[in-house]
Design a protein around this ligand. Structure first.
Ligand code: FMN
Length: 315
């Protein structure tokens, strides 16, 4: 059976425009978890975050919305609205490492409080309409936190656990802790999805040889940097370098056009594209050079010139 591949949520990058266009240019991704939204008490239906999850805007890759909150009532209220809009599964983010989030006891700030997680699940699950997927790290400061949480999750009706084997203190750097991941996997009675540092087919092969039980994989930075990676993993097919560059160029131009329609100021569009290039540049040998050149542009016309020159010189 071929592996199931999720596009990871990357706030600021994998929004609905990115996800929809991704599925027009690349294959191999089965589903995407959307970047988190935080419920507010009076969330109106035209709320910007909710509009991102409008089914009409999400016609490409099947999407699992993600919610980040420590309040079970806010979570279920929003998750049930999303269920009515057609989302059969909703993801709970208890992995976000950012200081402001952690300080408020949300995201990874929950990981060292099994009591809070338990009472959250006790309150949320009986009234929750969609299936529950949970995305977590191995801990806030120490990776044994997840080991205490897995037996707790086992008592609840959870659809899947997506585990990024780093602590929040590590942010996105340092080694992934595969030994702790393995212990979580043995302890869990739920389906476990592996997430972290898959950049190449070799990374994937090493991980899938070590964890043959894992059927679902989530990839973030590795897919933004090499959008052909999922195709290679799933179908073992590979285009020529020339074909790939042409496809990436078309994808880039299409993204630029779509973002230009919604971002008005000249700096808005260049800032948006810079965020994407921060990861996308990895596809090219001279990544740092092109990143630097793009980061110096502040106007759309200069940006277009720099990018066109870069692509023209590649072919
Ligand atoms: C810029 C950025 C934004 C992210 N936003 C989210 C988010 O909204 N929700 C979430 O669960 N994880 C978020 N993550 C974490 C990724 O989903 C993923 O867990 C992490 O990058 C590790 O996977 P990777 O090595 O395949 O990228 C973000 C990561 C980055 C780098």
């Amino acid at each position: 059976m071929s592996p199931m591949i999720y596009l990871a949520p990357l706030q600021g990058i994998t929004d609905s425009i990115y996800r929809n266009l991704f599925s027009s240019y690349f294959t191999g991704v089965d589903a995407a978890v959307a970047p988190f939204i935080s419920p507010t008490k009076k969330m109106k239906s035209d709320n910007v975050q909710l509009r991102e999850l409008d089914p009409d805007r999400n016609t490409g890759i099947p999407v699992i919305p993600q919610i980040m909150t420590s309040n079970p009532d806010d979570f279920t209220a929003l998750a049930n609205v999303l269920y009515e809009r057609g989302y059969g599964t909703v993801n709970w983010n208890i992995g976000c490492p950012f200081r402001m989030v952690v300080k408020k006891g949300r995201g990874a700030g929950m990981l060292c409080h099994p009591d809070r997680i338990e009472s959250f699940l006790e309150k949320a699950i009986p009234v929750l309409k969609p299936k529950l997927s949970i995305k977590l790290r191995t801990g806030l400061k120490s990776s044994d936190e997840a080991l205490r949480l897995i037996p707790l999750f086992n008592r609840f009706d959870v659809d899947e656990l997506i585990i990024h084997p780093r602590t929040a203190v590590q942010m996105y750097e340092g080694d992934v802790d595969l030994d702790t991941f393995e212990r979580c996997l043995h302890l869990s009675k739920h389906r476990v999805v592996y997430n972290g540092d898959i950049y190449t087919i070799e990374d994937f092969n090493t991980l899938s040889a070590r964890f043959p039980q894992i059927k679902s994989w989530m990839i973030g930075r590795g897919l933004i940097g090499n959008p052909f990676l999922a195709e290679k993993i799933k179908f073992s097919t590979e285009k020529t370098r020339h074909e790939k560059i042409n496809i990436i160029r078309d994808f880039h131009d299409h993204l630029f056009d779509e973002y230009s329609k919604i971002l008005s100021g000249p700096a808005h569009i260049t800032n948006k594209m810079k965020e994407i290039w921060a990861y996308m540049a990895c596809f090219f040998e001279n990544a740092e050079k092109i990143r630097k050149k793009i980061n110096k542009t502040h106007h759309r016309d200069t940006y277009i010139d720099v990018v066109n020159k870069f692509f023209d010189e590649l072919v």
